[in-house]
Design a protein around this ligand. Structure first.
Ligand SMILES: Cc1cc2nc3c(=O)[nH]c(=O)nc-3n(C[C@H](O)[C@H](O)[C@H](O)COP(=O)(O)OP(=O)(O)OC[C@H]3O[C@@H](n4cnc5c(N)ncnc54)[C@H](O)[C@@H]3O)c2cc1C
Length: 548
């Protein structure tokens, strides 16, 4: 037996090119050429290519069989799967994808995953911030790059990344939304190549362009937001208790306005109510009668995803707790109050010229497109399509959902394309085609024809489905099917509502289900222990009201 290792990848390209069947184009994917003759050698190999050059040979063995040499090329190079985002979709996907089969790389501006259903609890001190975070680095990835995917070159399978050197910028929505998209103001840039790409960049907060929202409202989407809210709420109490603060200023400072009557806005109102009445009432007994919590919504009813009976239960509970819910109210401006330091003035269409004073406005009105998704959708992609023997290019674009502007995927979570310029009547056009090796999951996507809500449930189920299918190698065969685990919302005072296709629950029983359900989902053992410990601590000793 003789052994002659391949001299170099370049040499290998030359040899392979000699045997490449007509019409086969080398890409970065793995090709099994089976047994083929290469200038007197026969190959039995799985060959992995990087860029346009072959790479990743670990062993080469030549065997002499009867008259000819058989070259066995074994590669230890795995397919590289790059994941954009470390939210519910990106994190769950990376966690489930088999590291023995794939090289996993995450690109995300933040180095952690946030368990969003418990974020409102951290913003009032029911839980500590670290209890709802999971470090991406603990996933044992081949690499994590802290930065934003700024652009993607699909033909070269390359992601242009803008490094993020500020943790504060990644964790605070208000700063993030003000981040400049001007190329001249961008941070350091670098490129990352992929074999397969999973786009899981989520969405941004919707402000509807209302004056003063980006500048003065507080969002509740990430850990930095929760920290800022906690600080501001406690600051308002400290300012209100100063001997120089007038009663009118106290009322303004202690009016907590929440815009958006979806589950996030309602849960924050409920958590804030618990903080005020269970903890701050003992520290600031004279101020409690001046506290007001108001939820504003433009719709005629809040919690639209719940049936009428449960939504009414929620409103009755809020009524008893003294939380005001103002439906069909349109906020048109937020500005600082020049007569009260730290206060804001809210202009509400229904109140005419009169403005409402508030110490804090928490904004939770829905989602808008991530800037990367906008950039991706505006790109013209040359699709190689067979026409006779030659390859001719067709101009395509990523398909976008006309309502949400999200990326459209098929039921296998593969990103779909339509001929360039045909977005408006995409459904009537020739059947859309697929963007090779690009998948989309979570809030930045919609599955064609499925109309699923933008929730953690959907994002995490999509992520685990896609990762499992890739692990098994049958992603094209098994479509994604959503299983509805039910919807829950905390209402304060140890009560909640729960709705599923099987049952409906209200009150304390729903609250128990709410807490246990969250404990079992997507948390490491460390956090599964930390969360109940902090819940117990705040129940026994009260919530932490220190500011830092
Ligand atoms: C306070 C709150 C409570 C919620 N409660 C519930 C609940 O109880 N139940 C439920 O089902 N859903 C809930 N949701 C909704 C749920 O959190 C979202 O549906 C879910 O986070 C969507 O997951 P995602 O991975 O698509 O997006 P996200 O979780 O938003 O993650 C997006 C990720 O992409 C990163 N990213 C952004 N831009 C780029 C870029 N250019 N390049 C690379 N990375 C990028 C972000 O930093 C982030 O890591 C809640 C949401 C909030 C805010």
């Amino acid at each position: 037996m003789a052994t002659t290792p391949l001299q170099s990848g370049v040499q290998a390209v030359g040899r392979l090119a000699m045997v490449r069947p007509a019409g086969v184009v080398l890409t970065r994917a793995a090709y099994n050429y089976g047994r083929q003759t290469v200038g007197g050698l026969r190959m039995a190999s799985t060959v992995t290519t990087e860029g346009n050059a072959l790479s990743g040979y670990s062993n080469t063995v030549e065997e002499e069989t009867s008259q000819e040499l058989v070259l066995i090329v074994c590669s230890d190079k795995k397919e590289r799967v790059v994941i954009l985002g470390s939210g519910w979709a990106g994190y769950a996907f990376a966690r489930t994808l088999d590291p023995n089969k794939f090289e996993r790389i995450i690109i995300s501006p933040r180095s952690y995953f946030v368990f969003t259903p418990l974020l409102a609890g951290t913003s009032v001190g029911t839980l500590e911030f670290r209890a709802v975070l999971e470090s991406v680095r603990r996933l044992g990835l081949v690499n994590f790059h802290q930065g934003w995917a700024d652009d993607i070159d699909f033909s070269r399978k390359t992601i242009h990344v803008e490094a993020n050197t500020s943790d504060d910028l990644a964790s605070r929505t208000r700063l993030l939304m003000k981040r400049s998209q001007d190329p001249a103001e961008k941070g350091p840039m670098f490129d990352v190549q992929y074999d397969k790409l999973v786009v899981a960049v989520g969405a941004y907060s919707q402000t509807f362009g209302i004056e003063g929202v980006k500048e003065h409202a507080n969002f509740l989407r990430d850990i930095g937001d929760a920290r800022k809210i906690r600080m501001k709420v406690l600051q308002s109490f400290e300012k209100a208790t100063l001997p120089i603060t007038t009663n009118e200023e106290k009322r303004k400072l202690l009016h907590f306005a929440i815009v958006g009557g979806g589950p996030t806005g309602i849960e924050f109102a409920a958590e804030l109510h618990d903080l005020v009445h269970e903890d701050l009432a003992k520290t600031y007994p004279d101020l409690i009668k001046l506290v007001n919590i108001t939820v504003y919504d433009v719709a005629p009813k809040v919690l639209p995803m719940f049936d009428q009976k449960l939504a009414k239960y929620a409103m009755d509970t809020f009524g008893r707790e003294g939380i005001a819910v103002k439906t069909e109210h349109h906020l048109t401006r937020i500005r600082p109050d020049e007569d009260c330091e730290g206060c804001l003035k809210l202009k509400i269409q229904e109140y005419g010229e009169e403005e409402v004073g508030a110490g804090i406005v928490v904004w939770s009105t829905g989602l808008m497109q991530n800037p990367l998704v906008k950039k991706m959708e505006s790109k013209v992609i040359q699709r190689l399509s067979p026409s006779g023997d030659a390859f001719s290019a067709e101009e395509m674009q990523i398909q976008k959902d006309p309502k949400t502007k999200s990326i459209v995927t098929d039921s296998h979570l593969r990103v779909t394309m339509v001929p360039a310029g045909s977005q408006e009547n995409a459904n009537e056009m020739v059947k859309g085609s697929l963007l090779p090796d690009v998948y989309g999951i979570g809030d930045c996507t919609v599955i064609k024809g499925q109309g699923l809500p933008a929730t953690a449930q959907v994002a995490s189920q999509q992520a685990t489905h896609l990762a499992k299918r890739l692990n098994k190698g049958d992603v094209d065969q098994t479509p994604f099917k959503f299983k509805n685990w039910g919807t829950m919302t905390y209402l304060g005072n140890w009560t909640a509502i729960h709705q599923s296709s099987a049952d409906e629950l209200t009150g304390w029983a729903a609250w128990v289900l709410w807490r246990t359900a969250y404990l079992t989902k997507s948390m490491s053992l460390r956090n599964k222990i930390m969360v109940p410990v902090y819940w117990a601590m705040s129940w026994i000793f009260g919530r932490d009201i220190s500011r830092f």
